[in-house]
Design a protein around this ligand. Sequence first.
Ligand SMILES: [Zn+2]
Length: 256
Amino acid sequence: MEVYTKKSDDNDAQYLLTYINNVLIPSSNEFFILLDDNKVLLHHAFSFNAILAHAIDYMVFIANKMSKVKRKDFIFNFDKQYSVDGCVHINNKFRLLDAVNNSFKHVELNPKRYSDLIETYGDLTFHSLSAKDGKIFFESPSHAFDYCRVVMRPITAIFKCDLKTTNDVDDFINGRVYGCTGYGYFDYDYEPHDAIDRMTDACGSECMDCGEGGDDCDCPNFIYDGKKAEFAENLDPNFDFEDVMSKISGTREFSK
Ligand SMILES: [Zn+2]
């Protein structure tokens, strides 16, 4: 469902563009260096979480001028509209990001406003996030996972779609353009010439839940809704080891 269809005010759109391009993306670049090195501390996570959550406020501001929309509905819609990819166990990434930000800003969350999240995760407080060996964990009685990799990483990817104009901003707010982590997309010809690429991709495929390779994926230690998680490999569903191997050796025979 689109929030509005007309063109928004150029100055408002410019505000969001400046924020995304001059604040959000540069800070994400710094944040992901820390994340890659497992050197994230609690203040890094809360700071970058606030920067991401603030972008929501800008978008609600623009959307509200075009059409009456409640902030809660807007964020709910955003989660649906983008169906933020990455970890399938957490299907309300924008709402959770917003709730974590508000639990950081306020001592207590408004239980009415976040009733659905509280039902899923239990009470959300400043202590829902904690640092452990350079990673930041979201922990509740039913859940335990790497919050930066599972929630903030795919949300950041949404903002990386080269927005430049007011039309881009309108398309973005209404879910018509957005970035993604690219999981599940395999652009192969399925011919001998791309067999080596297919094998390389399959052997090095990363985990869709945390973005790490097989050796670094920590997902077997995570818990979603009381259940243990596992390495969620981003593997082409058409990948057949024997078939790809035979095409690779066929290519070698051919090139002799
Ligand atoms: Zn993983």
